[in-house]
Ligand binder design. Structure first.
Ligand code: SF4
Ligand code: SF4
Length: 261
C-alpha cells in the first residue's frame, strides 16, 4: 500500500495537529481527506482541478508527520503532488556574493529595525534579499532550491528572517539564527526554526495563501487572537499576511494581542 493510501484510510489521527484543518474547520482540509482526493486522482476518478484544490490546502508545516504514529511523509507527498499539478515556481532572485566573502548576513529589507546578536561576526557581509529568496512561491521539491544551495554552499550564513531561514534550510544549508529573542516572545516563524509552533501557522506559509486566500485569512485572524502581547514576528511573510488579513501589526513586526486594524 502506498504512503498516500495509508493516509487516505487513516482515522484522521493527525487532524488536531494540522493548522489548516483546525483553523478552517473544513473536513476537506484534514490530511486524510486531502490524501483521499489524491488517491482518487491517481485512479482517474477526480479532476486535476479538484486534486489541485486538495493539495494546496496546506502550509507545508510538517505537523502531520510529527503527530503521526507511523511518521508518514505526507508533507513530502503533498509537495510531490503539487510539483505535478501546479506550474513551476519562478527562479528565486538570488543576491550576488562578492568574491572573498565568507560570512553573509541575509536580511529581508535594508530598513530592518531588528539588530543581529553579537554572535554574528563583525566582518559579515550584509545582503538584502527583497523577495526573501523567493519564499513566497511554493517551491514544492523544485530545482530552484538547488540554485539556492549552489549559490551559498561553503558560506557561513546568518539571517534574522524566518522566511529566508526557511528557504536556506529547505535547500539543505545550515543557516544560523542571528537574533537572540526569548522563545516566549516569538509569535511566528518557529516552524522555520525546526520547532513545532505552539501557535501553529498564521496561514502565510506554503501554497494556502495563493490558492485558498479566504482560508488563509481565517488562519491569520485565529493566530492573531492567540498571540501573546508584544509578540515578535520573526518572518516578514507573517507580518505582511497578518496585516493584509486585518490584524494589528507594528511596522517592525510586533503584533498586539487580539486587535484587528
Ligand atoms: S500522516 Fe499519519 S496520522 Fe496523518 S493522515 Fe497520514 S497516516 Fe494518518
Ligand atoms: S504539512 Fe501541515 S498544513 Fe500540510 S497537511 Fe500536514 S499538518 Fe496540514
Amino acid at each position: 500500500m502506498s504512503d498516500v493510501q495509508t493516509c487516505s484510510l487513516c482515522p484522521r489521527l493527525c487532524r488536531h495537529a494540522c493548522p489548516v484543518s483546525v483553523g478552517t474547520g473544513r473536513e476537506a482540509a484534514t490530511p486524510t481527506a486531502i490524501a483521499g482526493v489524491l488517491v482518487d486522482h491517481a485512479r482517474g476518478q477526480v479532476s486535476d482541478e479538484l486534486a489541485r484544490q486538495a493539495a494546496t490546502l496546506c502550509v507545508d508545516c510538517g505537523a502531520c508527520q510529527d503527530a503521526c504514529h507511523l511518521h508518514q511523509p505526507l508533507p513530502a507527498m503533498l509537495r510531490e503532488a503539487r510539483d505535478v499539478l501546479l506550474s513551476p515556481s519562478p527562479e528565486p532572485d538570488l543576491p550576488a556574493v562578492p568574491a572573498g566573502v565568507s560570512v553573509l548576513l541575509l536580511i529581508a529589507q535594508s530598513a530592518d529595525s531588528l539588530r543581529p546578536t553579537a554572535q554574528v561576526p563583525s566582518d559579515a557581509h550584509v545582503v538584502v534579499c527583497p523577495d526573501r529568496l523567493g519564499v513566497d512561491h511554493d517551491f514544492g521539491s523544485s530545482p530552484a532550491l538547488g540554485a539556492v544551495l549552489a549559490a551559498f554552499t561553503g558560506l557561513e550564513l546568518y539571517t534574522m528572517d524566518g522566511g529566508i531561514f526557511d528557504v536556506l534550510h529547505r535547500a539543505g544549508l545550515e543557516p544560523k539564527w542571528a537574533l537572540d529573542v526569548p522563545p516566549t516572545s516569538v509569535g511566528s516563524c518557529v516552524c522555520a526554526l525546526g520547532e513545532r509552533p505552539p501557535l501553529a501557522c498564521c496561514g502565510a506559509r506554503g501554497p494556502l495563501r495563493e490558492h485558498h486566500p479566504e482560508s488563509a485569512v481565517h488562519l491569520a485572524q485565529a493566530f492573531a487572537r492567540r498571540l501573546a502581547p508584544g509578540s515578535v514576528l520573526l518572518d516578514t511573510r507573517c507580518a505582511q499576511h497578518l496585516r493584509n488579513s486585518g490584524c494589528a501589526v507594528d511596522p517592525h513586526g510586533v503584533a498586539r494581542q487580539g486587535e484587528t486594524a
